[in-house]
Design a protein. Structure first.
Length: 264
């Protein structure tokens, strides 16, 4: 540990994991804490948020946990208020919540479309609405939005709402970067490619004959011949959140083993 985030407070939405193992948000929360940040772990599952809190505390880090549904402005506001009440600042806003629902414009329901857009895109608008006033007051802050290479590529999955929502996150990130740069606030997005995380096994497995076929296919989709993992995303987030990236804003950074350079 090099204390790259010493004295900073990180508010991580989606800090739990949907199953055993490491999600992008869980790994990012732990890496932030290892580098000296105080972490507020937020998740729709209170148990998942508390698990991340315990992992951080077991390593000697400082972490609190709270449950919040990112579709609910009041719950987001409560998480932000708790963070400010405890530590008086928010230096890093990490938006890591996302869902996929399969369906093209013919097959998908309107309810499914709105659900994905609300979770993946509107949630970023809502967290920024509640956090930005504090960052403006501080005259500093880093926003890390977790998008996807599906925001810039079309793959074999028929999840039109996911494509649209993650593309929206990219452009919202760029708008945040330009509009809030005068206040000392940076905003960047990370675009994971084929990643081996617990959520993948829940939301994408049904598109394949079996788990082994899914893993083989997704490994082959990367020029490196393997999927990435949550730690690849976490360390990219650490860099973008740190002062080492103090002149980097408005960037949509692929973390994908070269997949976005090689087509589908």
């Amino acid at each position: 540990m090099t204390a790259r985030l010493a004295g900073k407070v990180a508010l991580v939405f989606g800090a739990g994991s949907s199953g055993p193992g490491w999600s992008n948000g869980k790994a990012s929360a732990v890496v932030y804490a290892r580098e000296g940040a105080r972490v507020m772990a937020v998740d729709m599952s209170e148990a998942a948020a508390c698990e991340t809190r315990q992992l951080i505390r077991d390593e000697g880090g400082e972490c609190e946990a709270i449950r919040a549904d990112v579709r609910e402005a009041a719950e987001i506001g409560a998480a932000v208020r708790k963070t400010i009440d405890l530590w008086g600042q928010v230096d890093i806003l990490h938006n890591n919540v996302g869902i996929t629902e399969m369906g093209d414009p013919v097959d998908a329901s309107e309810e499914s479309w709105h659900r994905v857009m609300d979770v993946n895109a509107t949630s970023v608008f809502l967290t920024c609405k509640h956090v930005l006033p504090h960052m403006i007051r501080q005259e500093r802050g880093a926003i890390i939005n977790i998008s996807s290479t599906a925001s810039v590529q079309i793959n074999n999955y028929p999840y039109f709402s996911y494509y649209a929502s993650k593309s929206a996150v990219n452009h919202m990130t760029r708008a945040l970067a330009v509009h809030y740069a005068p206040y000392g606030i940076r905003a960047n997005a990370i675009l994971p490619g084929v990643m081996n995380t617990p959520l993948m096994h829940k939301q994408i497995a049904g598109q394949f004959e079996d788990i082994d076929a899914m893993i083989r296919t997704r490994n082959a989709a990367s020029p490196m011949g393997r999927m990435g993992d949550a730690w690849d995303v976490a360390y990219a987030a650490l860099f973008l959140a740190s002062d080492e990236a103090k002149y980097i804003t408005g960037v949509c950074l692929p973390v994908d083993g070269g997949k976005s350079c090689a087509g589908r």
